[in-house]
Ligand binder design. Sequence first.
Ligand code: AMP
Length: 140
Amino acid sequence: MSYDPDNIFAKILRGEIPSTQVYEDDDTLVFMDIMPRAEGHCLIIPKSPCRNVLDASPAQLNSVIATTQKIANAVMRAFDAQGVTIQQFNEAAGGQEVFHLHFHVLPRYENVKLRAPGQMEDSAVIAANAEKIRGALAEA
Ligand code: AMP
């Protein structure tokens, strides 16, 4: 399977479609999921191309995991969460829908299930949640 440079996250990286970004460094970008399965659901991607874990380089994996840990700690603080779920899917049979490597970070609470997939969130809610994460990162 080869990398498709027209996947939606590649377009976000090129600024061709909008996203609500919360963090970036030289190697990674973090933005809010538009169909969040929990309040504060965000996505961590490498800035360089790869489909998923199967073709990622060790350097891509290292940088994405390091940023995922940073964001997991930030959402714990930002949303006063009791836990965090980190999800990552590989190829369609593995549940992947967008073919640019990404990790999901989802703040969690005891006895609160994830929302059903595929439900768009209001953009003002997403913007407010992004601001909470930026604030938590700034205080770290
Ligand atoms: P998956 O490939 O199964 O890990 O899922 C892709 C994720 O990307 C889903 O959670 C979608 O809600 C999310 N998503 C799809 N398009 C966008 C977009 N334009 N901006 C932010 N998140 C997106």
